[in-house]
Design a protein around this ligand. Structure first.
Ligand SMILES: NC(=O)c1ccc[n+]([C@@H]2O[C@H](COP(=O)([O-])OP(=O)(O)OC[C@H]3O[C@@H](n4cnc5c(N)ncnc54)[C@H](O)[C@@H]3O)[C@@H](O)[C@H]2O)c1
Length: 324
């Protein structure tokens, strides 16, 4: 199968590409990535010698580039997006451009080229916030940040291309991911690397916001199941099962690095901060046999060890993005 992977140099996309190429010598993957601040070519270094790997530096919003790379593909797995909520609060323009318009350019090209399957990778954040219970796939979308609103727009477009044009679209919505190669502006790698360096960590508000954490390799397992067995026009949740308040998560990270609460700086809450996300993922478990493999305890310990061992990866990224 020849697959076009957009955003394959980012955190989750690169895990997907490494995983697929490392397990299959016959795999054929073209990565289309603009290499924005969060796209790192070195994330793909472990598979760069694989004969089935091609990297094209380009923008999903550019129809000519997309047209070229779409030629001959059997499937698209679409990760490319502006992905950081805080950045979307400072400026929504790039989010609407890449997440909504870029998705439309890809969908049009996939249609023209008769691509077999289009997996649109999305997020639980499109539902807004839920104080108790869990969202099922048919829940109305009620996004609260410009990031989640742009993702909701792209989800609806993708589903509309199935309904209107019969394109073989499936949408995945996943909870918060963690693991190696995550850009160090996101909470877990930011906190780990700050703590390793003896610095403080910024905790939003009173830390009571709840997220459901999933190891990135389990997210990619779920995407692969949906690529192969999902039903066209449907949405699949990919859940983690480890709900933690940010306060509790901070405590676990402090313990993992051997630091105390004096290293926590309470900062003004994020604007429009969603209180809780929670997905009901029984559909993918029952229909496609999805089951997360990495326990949060093991995954977090391995992630902390990875950041300890890969300073040469994250230090230049933090310097360039002026992160602390
Ligand atoms: N990180 C999470 O916890 C999470 C959870 C659920 C869903 N998702 C979704 O998964 C996808 C990947 O997220 P991530 O955390 O790996 O993000 P990331 O920021 O690490 O990676 C995004 C990648 O997309 C590329 N990109 C951005 N705009 C582009 C454009 N216009 N053209 C081509 N490439 C472009 C970047 O260069 C980068 O390589 C996103 O669609 C995100 O919404 C993320």
């Amino acid at each position: 199968m020849r697959i076009l992977v957009t955003g394959g140099a980012g955190f989750i996309g690169s895990e997907y590409v490494r995983r697929r190429l490392e397990s299959d010598p016959t795999a054929r993957i073209t990565v289309l990535d603009k290499l924005t601040y969060s796209g790192v070519e070195a994330n793909l270094a472990p598979v760069s010698e694989h004969s089935g790997y091609t990297l094209v530096r380009g923008d999903i919003c550019e129809p000519d580039v997309v047209d070229q790379v779409m030629t001959g593909q059997d499937a698209v797995v679409h990760f490319a997006a502006e992905s950081h909520v805080d950045r979307s609060i400072y400026g929504a323009g790039p989010f609407v451009r890449s997440n909504v318009m870029g998705t439309q350019v890809l969908l049009d090209a996939a249609r023209r080229h008769g691509v077999g399957r289009f997996v649109h990778v999305s997020t639980d954040e499109v539902y807004g916030s839920i104080s108790e219970g869990s969202w099922t796939e048919g829940w109305p979308l009620a996004p609260n940040s410009p990031y989640s609103a742009s993702k909701a727009g792209s989800d609806l477009l993708a589903l509309a291309y199935h309904r209107t044009h019969g394109l073989d679209v499936v949408v995945t919505r996943c909870t918060n991911n963690y693991g190696p190669y995550q850009f160090p502006e996101k909470a877990i790698p930011l906190f780990i690397t700050n703590l390793i360096d003896g610095n403080t960590v910024p905790l939003y508000g009173d830390g009571r916001n709840i997220r459901d954490w999933l190891h990135v390799s389990d997210h990619c397992q779920g995407i692969e199941l949906v690529l192969k067995g999902g039903r066209a026009g449907e949405v699949y949740h990919i859940g983690g099962g480890t709900e933690l308040s940010n306060h509790k998560l901070t405590g676990l990270l402090l313990d993992a690095v051997g630091a105390g609460w004096d290293r926590v700086e309470y900062v003004a809450d994020r604007k429009g901060h969603d209180l809780r996300y929670s997905l009901d993922d029984s559909k993918i478990r029952e229909q496609l046999g999805y089951a997360p493999q990495v326990s949060f305890t093991e995954g977090l310990a391995a992630t902390v060890a990875w950041y300890r061992a890969h300073r040469s990866w994250w230090e230049p990224l933090k310097e360039r993005a002026e992160l602390r």
